[in-house]
Ligand binder design. Structure first.
Ligand SMILES: Cc1cc2nc3c(=O)[nH]c(=O)nc-3n(C[C@H](O)[C@H](O)[C@H](O)COP(=O)(O)OP(=O)(O)OC[C@H]3O[C@@H](n4cnc5c(N)ncnc54)[C@H](O)[C@@H]3O)c2cc1C
Length: 165
């Protein structure tokens, strides 16, 4: 153990620097203890390994966290570029209605998502006020529509222009 306290980045600088890492936007979905669909906007989705197909999401306490903890399953719905309103809907605490979805592999799959992953939790790690839900992917699908992008705390259309390899 170091005798000196570890230096911590300034919170505002950290937030602004982190916002420069462009991500897609997903809605994490689950079924709660009553079998009701619930979901929240998340951009902490990470692919951990391809074999076995393993992912993680980092989730703060709340309804979706409770549902994933109890059911040990979650769906990751990657949003298309025209879905800013849907992202805002699922980030709003006061949301009530759950928009159109099907049940795929026992999990809510939003209509028109660009990609969907059905995930089985294999490990959880609590880190400060979040839980990392590490999961194996039991099914997935995708289409060729462009995704919604989150960068510098704002929504952007699509991934921009490809650059040469
Ligand atoms: C682009 C984007 C990306 C995001 N990515 C993530 C992400 O990766 N991980 C993540 O965790 N969040 C993320 N969020 C935020 C998240 O979408 C919202 O916090 C959402 O409302 C969480 O929904 P929920 O169903 O889990 O929680 P809800 O139950 O709706 O609660 C919302 C928040 O309020 C708090 N809360 C709930 N009930 C109470 C209460 N009674 N008293 C006090 N506080 C309470 C919860 O801790 C939670 O943080 C993101 C938001 C946006 C816009």
């Amino acid at each position: 153990m170091s005798e000196q306290a570890m230096q911590r980045a300034d919170p505002l600088a950290f937030r602004q620097a982190a916002s420069r890492f462009a991500t897609g936007v997903a809605v994490l979905t689950a079924l709660d203890l009553h079998g009701e669909a619930c979901g929240m906007t998340a951009n902490s989705f990470v692919t951990i390994s391809l074999s076995p197909p393993t992912v993680l999401v980092s989730v703060k306490s709340g309804r979706t966290h409770d549902a994933v903890s109890a059911s040990r399953r979650y769906g990751v719905n990657v949003l298309p570029e025209q879905a800013k309103a849907l992202s805002k809907h699922f980030a709003d605490r006061s949301r009530e209605a759950f928009p159109g979805y099907d049940i795929v592999d026992g999990l809510p799959r939003l209509s028109n998502c660009v990609a969907f992953f059905a995930c089985e939790v294999i490990r959880t790690i609590d880190v400060s006020d979040h839980t990392l839900f590490i999961a194996e992917v039991s099914t997935c699908d995708y289409c060729d529509s462009l995704p919604l992008v989150f960068f510098s705390s704002r929504y952007h259309l699509g991934p921009g222009q490809p650059v040469d390899h």
